[in-house]
Design a protein around this ligand. Sequence first.
Ligand code: SF4
Length: 350
Amino acid sequence: MNTPRKAVALISGGLDSMLAAKIMLEQGIHVEGINFFTGFCVEGHTHAIRNKDQEKKEKKRNNALWTAEQLGIKLNIIDIIEPYKDVVLNPKHGYGANLNPCLDCKIFMVKEAHKWMIENNFDFIITGEVVGQRPKSQRKETMPIVQKESGIQDLLLRPLCALNLPETLPEREGWVNREKLLNFHGRNRKPQMALAKEFGFSDYAQPAGGCCFLTDANYSSKLQDMWQHRPSRDYTLDDIILLKVGRHIRPRENFKLIVARDGGETRYLGGYRKQFKHLVMRSHSGPVTLIEGENLSVEDIELAAGIAARYGQGRDADEVEFEYSDQQQSGYSLHVKPMSPEQIPASWLV
Ligand code: SF4
């Protein structure tokens, strides 16, 4: 008996990558998944911080792991936070509608998967891409760019739309049966849903614009604001995680506030108090507020407290008491009048 060929599947947690892997398994190919953790992933640990997420009947889950479990394959989760920075900061092919560098991202991930494939003696790579599904990274013209620039050439097979593309080496060599591959194209999701039904998958992640926060307009605007107000665009994992949490308000050029939106976020942001200047409401119950900025004057801190007071139980009180602390935990208490909604212009909301 021939040893089965081995394919590395890029698993995002969405339906398409799940179907692509399943098609290979049906052909007797040994499949293992790779899921790259960039820090921007929707599948991540900030998933269920908010009270509303914890209360949902349908609990948040890591869809990449769940997909692997459904398929019965091993999933390798690989941290690429550091090398991925160059993709986000300097995308050769530019950004999509927001700060999503999809084409560069795809090239980078296939390149990394190629390295993994060689190190682990796998034969080829599969993805759940579909021609014409995404305007930037999944066009017929861009697919050869991914193959060429990643160096994978014709060892990259896209089972869902292979019949619309030139034959790859796994097809030519007969490792996979091309006749059993598909010709999906365009944005219509119905063929994928029908195939999911055929395979008996009734529960799968619904596609929501993209697999990472960089496709999200609100998130991108916070990232852009962070870059504009720092000497360098370099970032840490904490920076990009915190952009997913709380209300971000920039009343002055030299500082911004991150105000928790509920109890879950207050507890989460509380974990950052040693890293940030912060305000804790003392006279009423209310959110923890982190302050990111330099050269804060007493007026700046009072302004920050006036804004934060707006989001606590004392919003209608004459005065709210706060404890202000810096990273060294030295600080003082202050009393402020909560600001009214009219005093907080929309232009301050990042
Ligand atoms: S949505 Fe994000 S993770 Fe997905 S290809 Fe685009 S940049 Fe990469």
